[in-house]
Design a protein around this ligand. Structure first.
Ligand code: PMP
Length: 499
């Protein structure tokens, strides 16, 4: 049992000594003292089903025994050296991670020179001047923002261009560099950011100008009708034309350094508003966007911070679902199952540009982080986590679609695998967002019945479901029953108020 400070004592400390911008969920924030797999426990021992996994940070389960054992064993051996020395874990992990890249990226190639910090992972072979590495090389860092920072730097140095494109509504991090590609007013401070950054129209088939029932690659269709066939999505071309306009009107000589895209826009809510909300691009869009960027000299960067490591079910990486092959992949969050660990994976040719100056990251690739990362990969393989995301996620989506058909306030259910969004509306036809008070009531009700869900989107009206990837069908049944009850309570109340 928990014997630490009381809830009230901790609230006082929080108000007094933590930055005021640190927000907490729920009218009365939860004090969480323990976690096990898909479960969280508060100070009284009450159990909650965690459908938010610390914003997809917990991938294989809270305190997964195998990951905990790997971290403990490494902590008892060696915590840290920085990468000025060699240690076995970083080499093993870099190799395993590079090997997770799809298809022909696994082909070995000969690299002639060793120049950058990135290739520290192959120093012995490099001494010989010629060595074999997987086509991908890895730079370990500590957070998603750091990874995207580095990706932006790589894109600019490699292409010798400055301009970057991201999509409105995207979230790529909070460092001053990447704050600019996070395209959302609620995450903006009154300081100059986003120099040379252009935000393209968000290809959102539900709230955007174009899109309909066949547009998304999801087991559930949008409620919006469209004339497109299941294989050919007209919305894709329309949003593509908007991207072309960015090249035409905004980019110097139409040239670009890089495009950042999440494979499914995710991210979280802060304050009154939020971002993301699990927006899925129309089928075929990203492929065409990548082609356009490459024709104009840029590189394509996949932000897999939320969509990587099998979460979308069908594939290990979210970008594979779009049939694209990025030049740079950034990853974090679930990669360390809650341990600070992130990476940039790219080609040796792109990585080489870092040899132009010194580049260093004190904690990136430390032995404990690498031991954790390796054990996460082991668990994903041994427990067939990706398959679980596909099976349980598809079942979840189908059950949620039934709620959508039952309750008018559920405007849209979308997603893939265990990356799910439920957009709540006050009017199905106009898709006006459900008002904040009503949304909060439904969301708090779920918490009171023992289910923790995230929230997101510009108007904070999307329920976000991104649980630890170990949840099962019984958990889904429980969560759907809780949601059904909360929605019924809301609907009955709205009816009473209308009469
Ligand atoms: N990219 C995406 C898609 C994210 O969701 C986040 C975090 N919400 C980041 C980047 C930034 O990661 P971090 O908070 O670890 O800096």
């Amino acid at each position: 049992p928990y014997t630490g400070k009381s809830f009230d004592e901790m609230s006082t400390t929080r108000d007094k000594h933590l930055v005021p911008c640190l927000k907490s969920y729920y009218k009365k924030p939860l004090l969480i003292t323990e976690g096990h797999m898909q479960w969280l426990f508060d100070q009284t021992g009450r159990r909650y089903l965690d459908l938010f996994g610390g914003i997809v940070t917990v991938s294989v389960g809270h305190c997964h025994p195998k990951v905990t054992a790997a971290a403990t064993a490494q902590m008892n051996t060696l915590w840290h050296t920085t990468n000025i020395y060699m240690h076995p874990k970083i080499h093993e992990y870099a190799e395993r991670l590079a090997d997770k890249m799809p298809g022909d990226l696994k082909v070995k190639q000969t690299v002639i020179r060793q120049t950058s910090a990135i290739t520290y992972t192959y120093p012995r072979l490099a001494e010989k001047g010629v060595f074999h590495v997987p086509v991908q090389v890895v730079y370990f860092v500590n957070s998603g923002s750091e990874a995207n920072d580095l990706a932006m730097l790589l894109a600019r140095l490699y292409t010798k261009q400055f301009d970057i494109i991201s999509f409105r509504n995207a979230y790529h991090g909070m460092s001053p560099y990447v704050m600019g590609i996070t395209a959302h007013s609620t995450w903006r401070f009154d300081v100059p950011v986003a120099q040379g950054v252009h935000h393209a129209m968000n290809p959102d088939p539900y709230q955007g100008l174009w899109g309909g029932k066949h547009c998304r690659d999801s087991p559930v269709q949008t409620t919006r009708d469209c004339a497109c066939s299941p294989d050919e999505c007209e919305a894709s071309s329309k949003y593509y034309e908007q991207l072309e306009e960015v090249f035409k009107y905004s980019l110097p000589r139409g040239k670009v350094a890089g495009l950042f895209a999440e494979s499914i826009q995710a991210s979280r809510r802060r304050g009154r508003h939020g971002v993301g909300g699990t927006v899925q691009f129309p089928k075929g869009f990203l492929k065409k966007a990548y082609e356009l960027v490459r024709i104009n000299g840029g590189v394509c960067i996949a932000d897999e911070v939320q969509t990587g490591f099998g979460r979308t079910g069908e594939h290990f990486w979210g970008f594979e679902g779009h049939g694209v092959r990025p030049d740079i992949v950034t990853m974090a969050k679930g990669m360390g199952n809650g341990f600070p660990l992130a990476a940039v994976v790219t080609t040796p040719a792109i990585a080489e540009v870092l040899g132009q100056a010194l580049h260093f990251n004190t904690f990136g690739g430390n032995p404990v982080a690498c031991a954790v990362g390796l054990s996460v990969l082991d668990v994903i393989q041994e427990e067939r986590t990706q398959e679980n995301c596909k099976v349980v996620g598809t079942y979840f989506l189908q059950e949620l679609a039934k709620l959508r058909d039952q309750f008018a306030c559920v405007g849209d259910v979308r997603g893939k695998g265990l990356m799910i969004g439920i957009e709540m509306v006050s009017d199905r036809a106009t898709k006006a967002p459900m008002n904040n008070k009503h949304f909060t009531d439904v969301w708090e009700d779920c918490k009171n019945m023992g289910v923790l869900i995230g929230r997101g989107a510009l108007n904070g009206n999307v329920l976000r479901i991104k649980p630890p990837m170990c949840i099962n069908k019984e958990d889904v049944d429980y969560a759907v029953a809780v949601l059904r009850k909360a929605l019924q309570t809301h609907t009955d109340k709205a009816k009473r108020q209308a009469n």
